[in-house]
Design a protein around this ligand. Structure first.
Ligand code: AHR
Length: 309
């Protein structure tokens, strides 16, 4: 039987009664968040009894496009992927559609105007995450008399979380003229680049009051650079980051990160439910948003012992 046949036409076995083959193209292994996300997807696919074809794109769109084409060729039942960047997906998504293979987006969005190219998008509201980061900062400095100099470590250029976390943050802090982003550069969501870029920021700018890092890993790299420069992270430079993975939460509990906006990587169970619904021909929401919270240092201390990832 052909596992790609999810329509269950006359004489064929419906896909729901066959082993479902799920082709999943992951961004890479750039962060603690990503490792937790990969594990969640692998564990949930196993539990659901799906045959998972997993491919790591090493943060390159070209690798992801190759993986998607290979899934189409292999006639998988469903394709799911977390797009490295937002743009440039229309052609390959159209190829999947023409082959009759449904596509589900997880974690990151694409900017395709044609929404029929995918069934649903499961993941966080990154703009809201940026707003939460900005709101904490705006509250902390609401009475500031002097300029507050902010440096920003952005995620991967062109990725949805980098675009959206900047947008939400700027939207909120824009109402206070004292809050000034004096430098903004990509750290590609990795610890190594976070450290490198923070070193450059520290060299170029005498007075840095706040670091806004688009993820914990970059914040953790930056903390190394700040300490190496003889400064106290969380005290001399306030730090806000996104994710709330264990290492980030530990740094928050230690007072080195002041505020973390949670981004939940445990998307596996929701993805498998969506795959089953699509295969069964059920109605599915076009957008499935993940529930998330925030942590101050105190709250991180409390949450750490039971943190799953
Ligand atoms: O797309 C989610 C982001 O990607 C996470 O915040 C970051 O850590 C990861 O690399």
């Amino acid at each position: 039987t052909d596992p790609a046949n999810s329509t269950g036409g006359e004489g064929s076995t419906p896909a729901s009664a066959q082993t479902i083959t799920l082709g999943f193209s992951q961004v890479g292994a750039e962060s603690g968040w990503r490792s937790a996300n990969t594990k969640s997807i692998q564990d949930s696919a196993k539990e659901a009894g799906y045959d998972l074809k997993f491919s790591d794109a090493q943060q390159k769109q070209e690798n992801q496009i190759k993986a998607l084409r290979s899934f189409i060729q292999q006639k998988v039942t469903v394709i799911a992927f977390s797009p490295v960047v937002e743009s440039g997906w229309d052609t390959v998504l159209k190829e999947a559609k023409d082959a009759g293979i449904p596509v589900i987006l997880t974690d990151r969005a694409v900017d395709s105007a044609d929404k029929s190219l995918y069934k649903t998008f499961i993941g966080s509201d990154f703009v809201e995450e940026g707003r939460k980061a900005g709101q904490w900062l705006a509250d902390q400095y609401k009475d500031a008399q002097e300029d507050v100099n902010i440096v920003e470590l952005q995620g991967t250029t062109g990725s949805a979380p980098a675009n959206d976390r900047q947008e939400g943050f700027m939207e909120v802090i824009g109402s206070n003229a004292k809050l000034k982003v004096i430098a903004s550069q990509t750290g590609d969501f990795t610890r190594a680049k976070g450290k490198e870029v923070m070193q450059a920021f520290l060299k170029a700018h005498k007075k840095i009051d706040v670091l806004y890092a688009h993820n914990d890993d970059m914040a953790l790299g930056a903390i190394q650079a700040i300490e190496a420069a003889g400064l106290k992270p969380g005290v001399d430079i306030k730090i806000i980051s996104v994710d709330a993975v264990k290492d980030g939460m530990q740094a928050a509990a230690d007072g080195k990160i002041n505020f973390i906006v949670e981004c939940n990587p445990l998307l596996g169970p929701q993805l498998m439910e969506a795959v089953q619904a699509v295969v069964d021909g059920k109605e599915i929401e076009a957008r499935i948003v993940t529930d998330e919270t925030t942590f101050t240092s105190e709250q991180a201390k409390e949450a750490l012992p039971t943190r799953e990832y």
